[in-house]
Design a binder for this molecule. Structure first.
Ligand SMILES: [Zn+2]
Length: 406
């Protein structure tokens, strides 16, 4: 490696003379040797950036090029490739100037690049794998009334998935969504293959003593301890069970997975009181919600599960059309103006109702339109005016509107 560089530098000196950039390269290579490396790393960490730090590597390369292009364009320069191929400087002094500016721009682009990648990684969806412990022929622990841990685990996993699924910042998957058997290493593989950012294994605890009780969260690698702490805090508050804390436990699924991974022991299925709670629907919902919120808190993403609230329903108006085939319709009072469904009423009054450029047309004339649940509403005033009908608002009952044909 070093030998190759030496040859390259020697060649460069022979060809171009000792330029500033070759001298710079020599100094950098010397400094980059092991002893200096640690010291250098403190000052120019981006030069020692580990590939694994930047997951989407191809994307990374694209960002480097893009940033470099943006910076050069900002400085009124053509992108590097073009300079190299078409505008190669001829004198040594201009070569020095070129290398210096090129080096500065590349360095600047790399710094900008790191910032961009950080932002990109933050923006990227976080992948979560939820693992329902046990399954099929492996029931897990069995409660005093015969309830099986595998069923509790699966129900909780599905509930948690449902809460997180709607979150645009997250991508959630389950190791199992039915009563099937999975080896521990298969569960690990599912998470590592993604690779996931977070792994949550759901279990219920068991003891030979029927009085053992409480909630606990396990981590196996110390890097997962903070996650365990956050989840335990949320989950324990929701269960109301004894706080057994976030603790170390060498379980394969949280030991061999590569991302932050925890194993939840929500409560003791062997404890009659806790068994009953563990299979209570409201309890499960509450705990799933707490764990979901804990996950979001840990990942630093907003907890979003509810769909955006539907627009507030407008006050309804009863619209009666007094024709032979007349009928009553529901209109809406929007800021003091009565809006009525255009087609049924318009046609009852002998009008021709159409639709163009998101506006209802009455006898070919576009009028102000409000789309309410996919139906075109027009103001009662416009409709009756266009069709020469008469309209009355009932003073005694302000929610009633009467429409009479001409
Ligand atoms: Zn278990």
């Amino acid at each position: 490696m070093l030998y190759d560089f030496a040859i390259e530098i020697a060649q460069s000196i022979v060809k171009n003379g000792l330029t500033l950039s070759t001298a710079g390269t020599v100094v950098f290579l010397i400094l980059k040797q092991r002893r200096m490396k640690a010291r250098l790393k403190r000052f120019i960490p981006w030069m020692f950036q580990d590939d694994s730090e930047v997951k989407p590597f191809v994307h990374n390369q694209m960002i480097i090029m893009k940033n470099q292009e943006i910076i050069m364009k900002g400085l009124g320069l053509e992108p590097c490739v073009i300079i190299l191929n078409e505008k190669r400087p001829e004198s040594v002094s201009s070569l020095n100037r070129y290398y210096l500016s090129s080096w500065a721009i590349t360095t600047y682009a790399q710094l900008a690049n790191k910032y961009t990648i950080r932002r990109y990684l933050k923006m990227a969806k976080k992948r979560i794998v939820i693992d329902a412990g046990h399954g099929a022929q492996d029931p897990g622990a069995i409660g005093p009334t015969g309830k099986r841990e595998k069923d509790f685990n699966l129900t909780m996993a599905i509930k948690l998935d449902a809460l997180l699924q709607a979150n645009p910042n997250l991508q959630v998957s389950l190791t199992r969504s039915t009563d099937v058997f999975l080896e521990l290493r298969q569960r690990v593989k599912i998470a590592n293959d993604q690779p996931a950012d977070l792994f949550i294994s759901i279990h219920a605890n068991s003891s030979t003593s029927s009085t053992a009780n409480g909630t606990e969260t396990y981590f196996s690698r110390s890097t997962s301890a903070p996650l365990a702490g956050v989840i335990q805090r949320h989950m324990q508050a929701a269960t109301g069970f004894k706080d057994r804390g976030a603790r170390y436990g060498s379980f394969q699924v949280i030991r061999d997975t590569k991302m932050d991974a925890v194993l939840l022991e929500v409560g003791f299925i062997s404890n009659p009181a806790e068994e009953q709670k563990l299979f209570d629907n409201d309890f499960q919902d509450r705990v799933a919600l707490a764990v979901a919120k804990g996950i979001c808190e840990y990942l630093g993403v907003p907890f979003e599960t509810e769909k955006p609230a539907a627009p507030a329903p407008y006050p309804e108006m009863t619209v009666t059309v007094h024709t032979a085939a007349g009928s009553t319709y529901t209109g809406y009072n929007i800021k003091g103006i009565t809006w009525v469904p255009s087609r049924p009423i318009g046609e009852l009054l002998g009008g021709r109702i159409g639709y163009t450029k998101s506006k209802v047309t009455i006898n070919g004339e576009p009028v102000e339109t409000q789309n309410i649940n996919g139906v075109g509403y027009v103001t009662a005033r416009d409709l009756t005016k266009q069709l020469g009908a008469r309209i009355f608002w009932d003073k005694a009952e302000p929610t009633r509107v009467e429409i009479y044909p001409q």
